[in-house]
Each structure stands twice: as structure tokens, then as C-alpha cells.
Design a protein around this ligand. Structure first.
Ligand SMILES: Nc1ncnc2c1ncn2[C@@H]1O[C@H](COP(=O)(O)OP(=O)(O)OP(=O)(O)O)[C@@H](O)[C@H]1O
Ligand SMILES: [Mg+2]
Length: 498
């Protein structure tokens, strides 16, 4: 471009700018004026462009005439900025709304908006309208990702500050010879209820009257069925065996109607006498034979169970089994990981609790199952599932804590139970397939699975009902930190101050 052409171009630009400026001084028409490019002011010392600051601009003129004011004559005559609303949005980033309200129990902080996250399934379930359709909770995460720390604070310590709230815990993690809730239970004034296979601990009676109080013979039959199945490594009883067991149970209950409480050992002889019951009088000798065989086969199974776990299951329920103030800890940390002991105690405890809660209406109870896959991945899930409605009616909120979901068979009652839970906390899942399982099962957004693989300790993805999930940093008080830090023993061994 020649020097002359450049001059002409500059001249034209100045003319256009002046014309636009003139428009801006005209009442009414100014609304249609094109934007004017504002020259950046240059800082003389540095030569850098300076921002235009409003307080250096001329203010509005004094209003002297009402009619002129109406026409907009006194409004600031500044030209508008050459930008569209869409472009300007980026300069004014929206304030991110808090993902939860303030009702319930404080969990921690939303990492994105830095706002408080509060939720309590019982409060949300009792809200009107209901915010969740089930008060059950699922907590998942790798070993050492902060599950128990969250559960102890958000589902035990904090809700216990509220009126008529109570917690019951099945405490599985061994920490120096006892469960990890021992210290906490003592802080609430009671010793944990300890279970051991060698007979030195507490006993639970499968035929405890509290079990039938909640659910009648149906509940007792469900429980016996599940325990027999657990004893057979998850192989279900067939119809004949179920029938034989039902008949033997009925006979035992009738036998002891006015006497002492029957126990599992009292059912065994009746399992061999199924065939001579009046109800079966019209059956063919083949059918009678079949029932007899079935009764014997269940008897053998239960007999083996009593032989192996007599110290746990043989006899009436120990007197120390009861709800203890605000926090009851069932210490199952000394029971073997393998075999039916842990899921059986969880299943019997669950049924016992349903019966016991009938005596204490008006309370809400958080029941925590640490290593909850013992209940969710096996036949015991049937029980919890079948009694969902009763649970809700009794103010029971079940909290299942486990490592990963891929252990739980698709389409099983355990899976259904998990999908029904309306409050979910997913901690770190380092294995991609576990993270994907969680994202799929709880309908998280597309990027969340990747986020789950990298979550730091004490951080988790939180979701309730069908709301979008949130990345939450769980925050603990100094006392809570002390009581929840499970690596304390390692720190002490390494001489590190906690
Ligand atoms: N909110 C938190 N903030 C920071 N660190 C935490 C938080 N919660 C837990 N941690 C750290 O993670 C460690 C393990 O926590 P926790 O015992 O709760 O994990 P876990 O998932 O229950 O482990 P496990 O699978 O072995 O039962 C704690 O000792 C603590 O160091
Ligand atoms: Mg734990």
C-alpha cells in the first residue's frame, strides 16, 4: 500500500469514528449507533496498553429538564463495547451453584464450587416431597481410600448428635485384636459386642424370638434358608429341601410354644422326622421317601455348621446382645474371612435388628456393614432385599461399605439392592474396570470414570437420587481425624508423629 493510500484509509477510519461518536450524542438515535473502537491508552513509562477505568471517564450531565431526561439526553454518552453477549460471558464466569442444600449432615466441600456439601439420607427420605426414595447408602473404594473414615464420621459420629438417632455397626476390620470401631463405641460409653468362633464370644440364635417378632415364621424360614445356603458355599436348597426345612421349623416352634426358646440344635432332630408328619399322610411312599431324604440332607448341612461354628450359633442369643445407647458395635473382626461366619452373623444380626427396632419406634438407625460385600455379594442380600419395606418403616438406613462392585453378580439380589440405594459415595478405584462399573451402575457422566481412577485419599464422587454427581473433599475435625486414621499403627511402628 502506498503512503497516500494509507493516509486515505486512516482518514476514512477517523471519519467513520467521528460519525459514530456523533450518533452517540443524539437522543433516541444513539440506541442504533454502531459500536466504536476505543483506542487503548498507552502507559508512557512502559509503553504497554492500559485498561480503560471508569472513574477517569466523564460522568453524566446534571439533569435540568425532565423531558430531555426522558429522551435519554443525560445518560452517559459512552459508546458501547464492540462485543456480543456471548463473547462477554467468558469475562463474567457464572457463579457455580452449591450442589446440595444445608439440610442434613455436613460431609465436606464441593471441590468445584468450594461450597459446603450436606446430605443425610434419613433427613432426605423424610423430607416432603421426598428427596430420595430409599434411605440406603453405598460406599465403595480401593483399600485405604477413606471409606471407613467417611462412614465413621458421616454415618456414625455426626448423625448421633441429632435427636433420636442411633447407629449399629458390623465392624469387620481387625485393628490390633479388635474391630476399628472399638474406641468409638467406648467413647459413647459401651464395650463392643464381640464375636468369635471358639466360643469365647457372643452367640446368636437363629430362632431368636426377636427374629420372628419382626417377620413371623416367614422371616425365620428366610434366615434358615440363607444360613443353610451359606453353609453350602452358596448352593441353594431345592424345593424338597425347603419344604422339609419349613416342616421341621413349624414342628420345632409348636413343640416349644410354652417352654424355653428353641435353638438351631432343636430343629435338627425334626429334620429327620419330616416324613411322619400328618400333613403328608396322603403322599405316595416315593414322595415321602423324597421328603425324608431332603430333610436328612438339610440336617447334615446344618449339623456341619453347628460343629464348625457352635461357639457362634449353638444356643440362645447371649444376654449382651442388645442395642447399646446411641452406638452399638458388633465386633466381627475376629471371625474368619472365608466361610459362612461373617455373612451369617450379618444376616442374623440384620433380622434380629428388624425385630428389635419394633420396640423402639420413633428412632432412625444407621446400620453400617463394613466389608458389606459379605452381605451384598452372597445369598444374605436376599434377606436385606426382601425386608426393604419393613426396614424403611422401622427407620433403618443400611450403609453398605465395600471395595469394588465387580464382585457382585449382575442381576443378583445384591445388585438390585445396590441399585436401589439412593446415596452413593465412590472413592478411588484404581482398576479401570472397577471405575467403569461404578460409573455405569450409578449413571455418572462420561468423564467421571477417569476421575474415579485418580481420586486422592479422602476425596470421592458423591451422588444422591438422580442429581448430577459431585467431587467432594471429605473434611474431618481434629478429633475425627484421630479416631479415623487407620494407618496410625503403621505410623507408630515407623516412629512418625500422627
Ligand atoms: N478425609 C480425609 N482426608 C485426608 N485423608 C484421609 C481422609 N480420610 C481418610 N484419609 C486417609 O486415608 C487413610 C485410610 O482411610 P480409611 O481407613 O478410612 O480407608 P478405607 O477405605 O476404609 O480402607 P480399608 O479398605 O482398608 O478399610 C486414613 O488413615 C487417612 O490417612
Ligand atoms: Mg475401612
Amino acid at each position: 500500500m502506498s503512503a497516500h493510500a494509507a493516509d486515505t484509509d486512516k482518514h476514512r477510519k477517523t471519519e467513520r469514528k467521528d460519525a459514530a461518536k456523533a450518533w452517540h450524542t443524539m437522543p433516541v438515535l444513539r440506541a442504533f449507533a454502531p459500536p466504536v473502537e476505543t483506542a487503548a491508552q498507552v502507559n508512557e513509562a512502559t509503553g504497554e496498553a492500559r485498561e480503560i477505568v471508569p472513574w477517569t471517564m466523564p460522568g453524566t450531565r446534571l439533569r435540568t429538564k425532565l423531558s430531555a431526561a426522558r429522551r435519554g439526553l443525560y445518560a452517559p454518552a459512552l459508546p458501547g463495547a464492540p462485543t456480543s453477549t456471548r463473547q462477554a460471558e467468558i469475562l463474567n464466569t457464572a457463579i457455580i451453584g452449591a450442589p446440595t442444600g444445608t439440610n442434613g449432615v455436613v460431609i465436606g466441600r464441593d471441590v468445584l464450587s468450594r461450597t459446603m456439601i450436606a446430605h443425610d439420607p434419613v433427613t432426605a427420605y423424610n423430607a416432603s416431597p421426598r428427596l430420595v426414595s430409599s434411605p440406603n447408602v453405598v460406599v465403595i473404594g480401593d483399600v485405604g481410600s477413606g471409606k471407613s473414615s467417611l462412614t465413621k464420621t458421616v454415618y456414625v459420629i455426626r448423625p448421633l448428635l441429632l435427636n433420636k438417632r442411633r447407629a449399629v455397626v458390623f465392624d469387620k476390620k481387625d485393628r490390633g485384636g479388635e474391630g476399628e470401631y472399638g474406641e468409638l463405641a467406648r467413647a459413647y460409653g459401651h464395650e463392643p459386642i464381640k464375636f468369635a468362633v471358639d466360643g469365647s464370644g457372643t452367640r446368636l440364635n437363629l430362632l431368636d424370638p426377636l427374629i420372628s417378632r419382626g417377620t413371623g415364621m416367614v422371616g425365620q424360614m428366610q434366615l434358615l434358608n440363607v444360613v443353610a445356603r451359606l453353609a453350602r458355599e452358596d448352593q441353594a436348597l431345592n424345593e424338597w429341601e425347603e419344604e422339609a426345612l419349613r416342616a421341621a421349623l413349624r414342628r420345632t416352634v409348636n413343640q416349644y410354644q410354652d417352654g424355653r426358646t428353641p435353638t438351631l440344635a432343636d430343629v435338627l432332630p425334626n429334620l429327620s422326622r419330616v416324613a411322619d408328619m400328618e400333613d403328608y399322610a396322603g403322599l405316595s411312599s416315593q414322595a415321602i421317601d423324597g421328603l425324608h431324604q431332603a430333610g436328612l440332607s438339610v440336617r447334615f448341612t446344618l449339623n456341619t455348621l453347628l460343629q464348625d461354628y457352635g461357639g457362634l450359633l449353638d444356643g440362645e442369643t447371649s444376654k449382651n446382645v442388645d442395642l447399646r445407647g446411641k452406638l452399638t458395635a458388633f465386633d466381627i473382626s475376629q471371625l474368619p474371612d472365608q466361610g459362612p461366619a461373617v455373612p451369617a452373623v450379618m444376616a442374623i444380626g440384620h433380622m434380629w435388628l428388624l425385630g428389635r427396632l419394633r420396640e423402639d419406634r420413633g428412632w432412625a438407625t444407621n446400620c453400617v456393614y463394613e466389608e458389606g460385600w459379605h452381605i451384598a455379594a452372597g445369598p444374605s442380600a436376599q434377606l436385606a432385599r426382601a425386608n426393604q419395606k419393613l426396614s424403611r418403616g422401622l427407620g433403618l438406613s443400611n450403609v453398605f461399605v465395600f471395595h469394588k462392585g465387580t464382585d457382585i453378580p449382575a442381576g443378583s439380589p445384591g445388585m438390585a439392592m445396590i441399585q436401589e440405594a439412593q446415596t452413593v459415595h465412590v472413592h478411588r478405584q484404581t482398576l479401570r474396570e472397577d471405575a467403569l462399573w461404578a460409573a455405569r451402575t450409578f449413571a455418572f457422566g462420561a468423564d467421571t470414570a477417569q476421575q474415579i481412577e485418580r481420586l486422592a485419599d479422602g476425596h470421592h464422587i458423591f451422588k444422591y437420587s438422580s442429581r448430577p454427581e459431585t467431587l467432594v473433599q471429605h473434611i474431618r475435625s481434629p478429633w475425627e481425624t484421630q479416631i479415623t486414621d487407620t494407618d496410625e499403627a503403621f505410623k507408630a511402628a515407623a516412629g512418625i508423629q500422627g
